[in-house]
Design a protein around this ligand. Structure first.
Ligand code: 13P
Length: 250
């Protein structure tokens, strides 16, 4: 059985002092896990996070990157800039970026390819809205996000990708997908990857669940056969809660 990959997505939370407190508290709480632990922090916390987690089992990720190496792209960050300071992972295509910042499957693909080329491991987010689910379109939406968003990602590159299935209706709402809903959706996503890359590659791919995952529901979700980990928002902002999720799967 695979170990699990548990990633915290801090979103736009924690200034430098708060980040230092949270990371310092977290380090001893997760040190004995066999699961992979990642914290995806705001750009301004990255340097500090890399420094503080050096020599620990906590890995650091950013929450976005651009697809160009450099140039006139005000406000953007190149993948190589992240790599240079010791960042290992980067969240791509989070639903908040798709909803508020015009991210599309096309830009998700561009960012993913650029991140991979720079040696970063992208955590690529997909997921349906409530109306898409209720109108029976969940599978169509997930299929489109996988087919378009991974169009020219090779099987070799896919080994360095994590996919996060985050149903939009479960994000920040306190409404978690049931263990079965999450498992079924992830199983479907895996089958779409299998159509393109074959079963072996699809089985090896890590697909996380995200959306109101917390210290109360993590154990059940992580016990499901298709769920390879979690992408945690709110609960990752409290060291004890995030550590409980990390340690929920032995
Ligand atoms: P919440 O855990 O706050 O619902 O957020 C999930 C998420 O969006 C992680 O990327």
């Amino acid at each position: 059985m695979k170990n699990k990959i548990i990633a915290g997505n801090w979103k736009m939370n924690k200034n430098r002092v708060e980040a230092e407190q949270l990371i310092t508290e977290l380090i001893p709480l997760v040190k004995d896990t066999r699961n992979t632990v990642i914290i995806c922090v705001p750009f301004t916390d990255l340097n500090e996070a890399v420094k503080l987690t050096k020599g620990t089992n906590i890995h650091v990720g950013a929450q976005n990157c651009h697809w160009k190496e450099s140039g006139a792209y005000t406000g953007e960050i190149a993948p190589s800039m992240l790599k240079e300071i010791g960042v290992e992972y980067v969240v791509i295509g989070h639903s908040e970026r798709r909803t508020y910042f015009g991210e599309t499957d096309e830009t998700v693909l561009l960012r993913t390819k650029a991140a991979l080329a720079a040696g970063l491991k992208p955590i690529v987010c997909i997921g349906e809205t409530l109306s898409e689910r209720n109108s029976g379109n969940m599978e169509n939406v997930l299929r489109r996000q996988v087919v378009e968003g991974f169009k020219d990602v090779t099987a070799e590159e896919l080994q360095n990708v994590i996919v996060a299935y985050e149903p939009v209706w479960a994000i920040g709402t306190g409404v978690t997908a049931t263990d079965e809903q999450a498992n079924d959706a992830i199983g479907f996503v895996r089958s779409v990857f299998a159509e393109k890359y074959g079963k072996k590659v699809a089985d090896a791919l890590y697909i996380q669940y995200g959306g109101s995952m917390n210290d109360g529901n993590a154990k059940g979700l992580l016990a499901m056969s298709e769920i390879d980990g979690g992408l945690i928002g709110g609960a990752s902002l409290v060291a004890g809660k995030f550590a409980a999720i990390v340690n929920a799967h032995k």
